[in-house]
Each structure stands twice: as C-alpha cells, then as structure tokens.
Design a protein around this ligand. Structure first.
Ligand code: UDP
Ligand code: MG
Length: 219
C-alpha cells in the first residue's frame, strides 16, 4: 500500500499541475477523488497522460450538468427495471427537465444488471453504478448520491412502489424553494400486522433519532 502511495505522489508531482486540482467546486472535487481512486485501484497511477486528461475533463465548464438526478437502488429487480425506466422517462420528458438516471446495482444475481446495461447503451442519460457485492438498500443509495451531478436528486425504489408519475409534484415543490421534499404514505396495501409494524418502526425511529424524521415517509 505504502509503495503505491509513493508512486501516486510521484506521478502527481511530475505531471499534474496543481492548478488543475479542483478545490473550489465540491462536485468537481468529489469527482476528482473518485477518478483518483479509480486509477489507484486499477494500478494505473503511472499513466500520467490519462491522469492529466481525466483531471481536465473534471474541470470542463462546458460539460452539461443535469437539473435532476434520479437515484435508484436495484437488487434483483429484473421484472421491474424496464417498466420503471419507460414510466420515468415518459414523465420526465413530459415536464421537459434535463435529467440523468443513476441505477445502482447492489450485487443483483438475476438479469437486472444486463437489462440496465442494455438500457444504458441506448440512452446516454442512464448511468450505472455497479457495486461489487450486495451492500444493502441504504449503502446503494449513498453510492448513487456520490455520483449524482444534478442540482436536485430524487431517490426512489426500483420496485414501482414509488410511482414515478408523482415526481413532477416533488419537482414543483423543490422549485418553490423547498430543500427537502418527501411524501407520506396515507394507505398501505399490506395486511394489518405489517402495517402496524411499519407504524411502530417509524415512531420508534423518530423517538431514538437526533434528527427530525417525518412519520410514515419513504426513504
Ligand atoms: N434494494 C437494494 N439492496 C438490497 C435490498 C433492496 O438495493 O439489499 C433495493 C430494491 O431493489 C428496491 C429498494 O432497495 O429498489 C427497496 O427495497 P425493498 O422494496 O425490498 O424495501 P421495502 O419496500 O420493503 O422498504
Ligand atoms: Mg419495496
């Protein structure tokens, strides 16, 4: 590890002008670190031209930034992703917002990833973050947030329990000046035992948490 660290510093000192390192823009700084980690993982720290070109692209002011990023964690959702994609794109195109959709494949062992790759090859607004194994719903969302470039981020599940058709209402609330917009479930399809468990969970969570978590809201 130490040896690779030394090599990295050498490559950086020799070939990357300090002025290229983004320190002002948090998004650019994050992508800078992600690129560095990627090169580091691939043992390509000596590929200095690669490194310098990568840093330049991070700073390209002409690169369009979408207004909205939609982050969707996916674990074995082969039956849902295509329908979700088409419903989502239909609704976002209708309100004419520039968007990207970031699907995070959380180590699925069905055809989810292959289906996402097919969608992504045909539509450049689709990004895929592929996790090395199953990390769980919340970690998958966090990974998606790390890659999101939009001015606002919408997080939704892949199983169509969150209907994409309500997104315009969220976006309208955001444009009204709200930083965080969430929905509250008024009804659930589950039986009484599960409904009671959900109700107890949200109330307990609120009780033990130091931050203000709205009751019965989705993630
Ligand atoms: N999910 C995930 N990793 C997991 C389990 C679930 O990324 O280990 C995804 C899943 O594909 C879905 C979302 O997280 O998009 C919510 O999962 P689920 O529907 O199982 O949760 P619930 O609706 O019960 O909260
Ligand atoms: Mg669900």
């Amino acid at each position: 590890m130490q040896k690779r660290g030394l090599e990295l510093r050498r490559a950086e000192d020799s070939y990357v002008p300090a002025a290229l390192i983004p320190t002002e823009d948090p998004q650019a700084a994050l992508r800078f670190c992600q690129l560095l980690a990627h090169l580091y993982d691939n043992h390509s720290v000596d590929a200095s031209s690669h490194l310098a070109a990568g840093f330049k692209s991070l700073q390209n002011p002409n690169e369009p930034v979408p207004e909205l990023s939609v982050v969707i964690p996916v674990f074995n959702e082969e039956e849902n992703v295509e329908l979700l994609y088409s419903r989502l794109v239909t609704v976002l195109e209708r309100i004419q917002i520039a968007f990207e959709i970031i699907f995070v494949d959380d180590g699925s062992n069905d055809a989810s990833l292959a289906t996402l790759q097919k969608l992504s090859a045909a539509d450049e607004r689709i990004q895929i973050v592929e996790l090395a194994r199953n990390f769980g719903h919340q970690v998958a969302i966090t990974a998606g947030l790390d890659f999101a470039r939009g001015h606002a981020v919408a997080v939704m599940d892949a199983d169509l329990q969150d209907p994409p058709e309500v997104l315009p209402q969220f976006i309208a609330k955001w444009r009204d000046g709200n930083d965080v917009v969430y929905a509250v479930r008024e009804q659930r399809k589950e039986g009484w035992l599960k409904r009671t468990s959900y109700a107890v969970f949200y109330r307990l969570l609120r009780h033990v948490s130091s931050i203000d978590i709205p009751l019965d809201a989705g993630d």
